[in-house]
Design a protein around this ligand. Structure first.
Ligand code: NAI
Length: 300
């Protein structure tokens, strides 16, 4: 079995002061990466802040013989994102890996959600990933190498009650990753998404007994693989939970074609809805052109 090493690699892990991010930072460092441990040190709903969380993980890494520096900026501003990347460059000279993991929760049923709940969640999860990824992407492009792992959630990909803000942000990250995968490919930059399930402070009250089986360390191998040189996948999304790893994908059905020059009505759509829904023969597009290609094939 080929060993996955991060010797000479520099990784940024956002929100790495606890939960899943801490496990990624520890494992990357154990495998030789120099790690920027970013964490604002706030509460689950995004209030407050403290240097202690990031510093503690840096201490843990160093005690185990690894290399790490802390960063306490919030991912949720352009300046914060720039500074996180600057921390990596100043301490270690470059950035090879970005794991966008920082996150908060402001769960409310849709009718009760305030705009503050919306903005706070979009700012950290979605815009935060933009603010950290863009300065890192520029450096990766120059170096001809990069790995992004963005953290989505089944709450967005599949949907979950009370998480319209979180679900939209998390699905937005899939969109960001897909485009980074396409724009980065020529420069050796790969971009993938992880949808984890794990027992952390964010979830332990929601999961009850089942949480015992959901160690965050059981998500870590998938993330470390996606961050590695050995990973050649890009533009993909993977689920990881309880030691089960699976691919999640967006498929496009063959659909129903009304015919050249036809002017179909809503009733025609109703009549053919079973064909439109039929999943046999679906494709998994890797860029918007794949769908256009499928349509143009029909038109010929
Ligand atoms: P967590 O609450 O233990 O970790 C999130 C970390 O992000 C915290 O240490 C927090 O201080 C940090 N953070 C929050 N806002 C920040 C900001 N503006 N700047 C920098 N750091 C910030 O929760 P967990 O479970 O480890 O979550 C990690 C990621 O995984 C999150 O994006 C979460 O949405 C996602 N996720 C977790 C699932 C689970 O089952 N635990 C399920 C699906 C997704």
């Amino acid at each position: 079995m080929a060993e996955i090493s991060f010797d000479g690699r520099v990784a940024i892990v956002t929100g790495a002061g606890g939960g899943l991010g801490r496990t990624y930072a520890l494992e990357l460092a154990r495998r030789g990466a120099s790690v920027v441990v970013n964490d604002l040190g706030g509460s689950v709903n995004g209030e407050g802040g403290s240097d202690a969380a990031a510093q503690k993980v840096v201490d843990e890494i160093k005690a185990a013989g690894g290399e790490a520096v802390p960063n306490y900026d919030s991912v949720s501003t352009p300046e914060g994102g720039e500074n996180i990347v600057k921390t990596a460059v100043e301490a270690f000279g470059k950035v090879d890996v970005v794991i966008n993991n920082a996150g908060i929760l402001r769960d409310k049923s849709f009718a009760k959600m305030t705009w503050d709940d919306l903005h706070a969640v979009l700012d950290v999860h979605l815009k935060g990933a933009f603010y950290v990824s863009q300065p890192a992407f520029k450096i990766m492009k120059e170096n001809g190498y990069g790995r992004f792992v963005h953290t989505s959630s089944n709450s967005g990909i599949f949907g979950n009650f009370g998480q319209a803000n979180y679900g939209a942000a998390k699905m937005g990250l899939v969109g960001l990753s897909n485009v980074l995968a396409i724009e980065g490919q020529k420069s050796g930059i790969l971009s993938n998404v992880i949808a984890p399930v794990a027992r952390t402070r964010m979830t332990e009250e929601l999961m009850g007994e089942a949480s015992k089986l959901l160690d965050p360390e059981l998500v870590t191998p998938m993330v470390v693989f996606l961050a590695s040189e050995q990973c050649t996948f890009t533009h993909e999304t993977f689920s990881a939970a309880a030691g089960r790893y699976a691919r999640i994908f967006v498929g496009l059905t063959e659909g129903w074609y009304a015919g050249k020059g036809a002017t179909p009505t809503a009733e025609d759509v109703l009549d053919h809805i079973d064909d439109i829904e039929n999943q046999e023969g679906y494709i998994v597009p890797t860029q918007s052109g794949d769908e256009l290609g499928a349509i143009f094939k029909l038109l010929q």
